[in-house]
Design a protein around this ligand. Sequence first.
Ligand SMILES: [Fe+2]
Ligand SMILES: [Fe+2]
Length: 168
Amino acid sequence: MLPAMPNSLRIEHEQLREDLDQAIRIGGRIGEAARVLQSLLRPHFRREDDNVFLGLGLLRTVAEGKVTPGMSELVAKAEQLKSELPEMLAEHDQIRKALERLGQEATKEGRPQVAFFAARLMHHASMEEEVLYPAAIVLGEYLKSLLVPAGAVPANDRSRSMGVSPLV
Ligand SMILES: [Fe+2]
Ligand SMILES: [Fe+2]
């Protein structure tokens, strides 16, 4: 049972994609810098949507103590994120360089809305590094400790003993 990604994060990625498309449509040096950014951002966002944000769709439910055995599918996702984290952080470094260039071109050509977009995307990457990636990993570790214990304790028994209320 994999969750849907949280609406707020889905919308944030969509808005950033739309703002990037607008920057590309401006053309010239801004459009060129925006295209470079797009080639980096497309696969990166897809990977986040599949491996990071999907798991966070369950964060609120888990925080309410509602853990079910079906959530164990997220453990593998979180482990994948953990192993891919250095690569994803390296992608952020490349994205930041592309954003710096886009921001410079925007400032030179008097396009404050594009410069603002570049600053927003920088902030987005920092928030992922400081909050969202670690939250997804901690969520996976937590679910693993409840649902995939080393001693093969049944998930329901383990959940009850830790004071959470399994739904099934
Ligand atoms: Fe993102
Ligand atoms: Fe990112």
